[in-house]
Write a protein that binds this ligand. Structure first.
Ligand SMILES: Cc1ncc(COP(=O)(O)O)c(C=O)c1O
Length: 407
């Protein structure tokens, strides 16, 4: 039996079946490449869901990680550490924000933002106790906690996990009129992704975020933007919402914030909102530890490079044009869309993206389907153009020859 088969079988036997991974067992990574246990090399077009934005095992990130791990590791927030304050200073400066609050996973950071919104709603806006409402968008993905699945519209994410949290409402994504109708005097916050990644790289209509922000301002509702997947240069701007020139009250970050090697997330934004937390209101043993802060500091310095962002912009436009041109006559293609290096190729539901993704693996390109019908393309931001081209050629080859099955 191959090593791949043995390891997959062991995982299936001993692990929970809460994922359905592509059948490859990875053992090594470097830059834009991944290697499996049999020594086969793949181009990474997945980027760990926008986490490996700097490429895998970036030498400066690894150096910082190792150095800091030998110097001061996890000491909890019972004490101050010497890495967290400069990280807070850099992150708030880059974000144009007053304050930041560190957590670990993306879901934790979104939960943090929603807790902030509820407390702000009651103590500042004056919403009666236990009556706060949060508005999200249909098709959202903010994470897997009980609070966040309460805002989800995906039946599988919610089924059998009730009772879910009250006070969560959703409106169609991209529809500012629906948002206005949904706002009540009890609405504390509206939370939105600038591009819905998990829903299939859905880009909202131009001007949507601006209208949403204006409505939030008009009704004294916090405008909260989840940039966990889209932020930190992924779309050619430091934040994706900068394409729309909005200025959210809270921004949520994760994934690439940890340099691809360490879980780091954060809420950044208005001082008077983040300032509602008092000691004991919220926390996390690992959040803001010295290793997280040091690694994330290095990641932020690398990801805020204007040359990198300009390159992502250019490369993203080139990649979309390449795919659109090559796939214009492909019978299964429904759409090619995205921004920067977050691109989706939507195919007919009768064929689905999973079989195409499995075929791409055999051509040495790894990615995953998003929402069943979209091939997600989110490589490291520093991928060389020739490797990106190779990967896109494989995508076009697989997609061009696919046919909708005749029933
Ligand atoms: C937009 C968005 N928000 C939140 C999350 C949850 O992050 P995590 O898986 O780190 O909890 C994700 C993860 O894919 C995401 O894409």
């Amino acid at each position: 039996m191959s090593q791949t088969r043995q390891l997959i079988d062991l995982e299936l036997e001993k692990g929970a079946h809460n994922y359905h991974p592509v059948g490859v067992v990875l053992a090594r990574s470097k830059g834009s490449f991944l290697w499996d246990v049999e020594g086969r090399r793949y181009i990474d077009m997945m980027g760990a869901y926008s986490t490996a934005s700097l490429g895998h095992c970036h030498p400066q990130i690894i150096k910082t990680l190792v150095k800091q791990a030998k110097q001061l590791d996890v000491t909890s927030r019972a004490f101050y550490n010497d890495q967290l304050p400069p990280w807070l200073a850099l992150l708030t400066e880059l974000a144009g924000a007053d304050k930041a609050l560190p957590m670990n996973s993306g879901a934790e950071a979104v939960e943090t933002a929603l807790k902030l919104a509820r407390k702000w709603g009651e103590t500042v806006k004056g919403i009666p106790a236990d009556r706060c409402e949060i508005i999200g968008c249909e098709g959202n993905f903010h994470g897997r906690t009980l609070g966040l699945i309460s805002l989800s519209t995906e039946p599988q994410y919610r089924a059998h996990f009730g009772p879910l949290l009250p006070g969560m409402r959703t409106v169609p994504y991209g529809d500012s009129r629906a948002l206005e109708r949904a706002i009540t005097p009890r609405t504390a916050a509206f939370i939105v992704e600038p591009i819905q990644g998990e829903a299939g790289i859905r880009v909202p209509p131009a001007g949507y975020l601006r209208k949403a922000q204006a409505l939030c301002r008009k009704h004294n509702v916090l405008f909260v933007v989840d940039e966990i997947q889209t932020g930190l240069a992924r779309t050619g701007r430091f934040f994706c919402h900068q394409h729309d020139e909005v200025n959210p009250d809270l921004v949520i970050l994760g994934k690439a914030l940890g340099g691809g090697v360490y879980p780091v997330s954060a809420v950044v934004g208005r001082g008077d909102v983040i300032g509602v937390f008092q000691p004991g209101d919220h926390g996390s043993t690992f959040g803001g530890n010295a290793i997280a802060a040091a690694v994330s500091m290095k990641a932020l310095k690398l990801l805020s490079d204007p040359d990198l962002m300009a390159r992502v912009d250019r490369l993203g436009q080139w990649a979309q044009a390449f795919l659109k041109e090559r796939l214009q006559d492909a019978p299964v293609v429904r759409d090619v869309r995205g921004r920067g290096l977050l691109i989706g190729v939507e195919v007919a539901p009768e064929i689905g993206a999973r079989c195409l993704v499995d075929e791409l693996k055999t051509l040495g390109v790894l990615t995953k389907d998003s929402h069943g019908v979209v091939i997600r393309l989110a490589p490291p931001l520093n991928i060389r153009k020739k490797h990106l081209r190779q990967a896109l050629e494989a995508v076009t080859k697989v997609v061009q020859k696919a046919r909708v099955p005749v029933s």
